[in-house]
Design a protein around this ligand. Sequence first.
Ligand code: SF4
Length: 197
Amino acid sequence: MDIETLDLSRELATFDQREGERIERMRASCVEAVPDPDRWLTEEVHPGIITARLDKVLNWARKWSVWPANFGLACCAFEMIAAAALRFDISRFGMELFRASPRQADLLIISGTVTWKMAPAVEMIYHQMASPKWIVAMGSCAISGGPFADSYSVVPGINRLLPVDVYVPGCPPRPESLYYGLFKLHEKISRDSMARS
Ligand code: SF4
């Protein structure tokens, strides 16, 4: 055997030894199964405590679940309908449930001209609604009678009959304006307190 071949076989033997030692170290240290990193999924969750003001929680829930009455009066009603349809999509704000029964609604959008002949019906719808309830006066007619303010047959503003929370001006106001009014109503609901009622 020449010198070069002898050196190579020694090197290989050292390499084999080092490899063997490494494997033995691994065998010695890997005696138990590695814990499942996702085992927390099956562990029982211990209930925690969340503290918040009851007012804040109630207002948050009310604000994102305002259900309008399914009710329209005149041309402004078409803008209200457009606000509910897919281009504007009122369901993004938890408001898509326009209720056919006033008993299941808490928002009355006065969307159009209120005539004195219609006034008792509007009033009755409001009184049938669940409390707490809110009113948005949409458009010049609902706010002040609009172009018919001096007419013998038109109510010069729904606030003569019912308490209005938000006024949305325009003739007619576009859906964006109605949305702005609804956001203002959300702000108002957020500031409400049970201590006041
Ligand atoms: S405010 Fe204008 S658009 Fe709205 S109901 Fe009156 S006349 Fe029609």
